[in-house]
Design a protein around this ligand. Structure first.
Ligand code: ZN
Length: 72
């Protein structure tokens, strides 16, 4: 299940949302205040991140997978 975690930058609410496409991710809104000013967190359901337990500090922008190839 492609469940992603998001944090609302307005009210700091953290919630989960089902996103099947990147368009779904872009259209996610805060479930508490309805703001579109949300950012995606690293999924807690990823099974292959065992070696890096301190993620969350280094990602300033972009995603960990797919943003490195120069897709612009
Ligand atoms: Zn909010």
């Amino acid at each position: 299940m492609p469940i992603y975690e998001f944090v609302c930058k307005d009210c700091r609410h953290i919630f989960e949302s089902l996103c099947f496409t990147s368009r779904d991710i872009e259209s996610v809104r805060c479930k508490r205040c309805g703001s579109k000013n949300v950012s995606k967190l690293v999924s807690t359901f990823s099974s292959r991140v065992g070696s890096s337990s301190s993620f969350g500090g280094g990602f300033s922008s972009g995603s960990s997978c797919g943003g490195l190839g120069g897709f612009s």
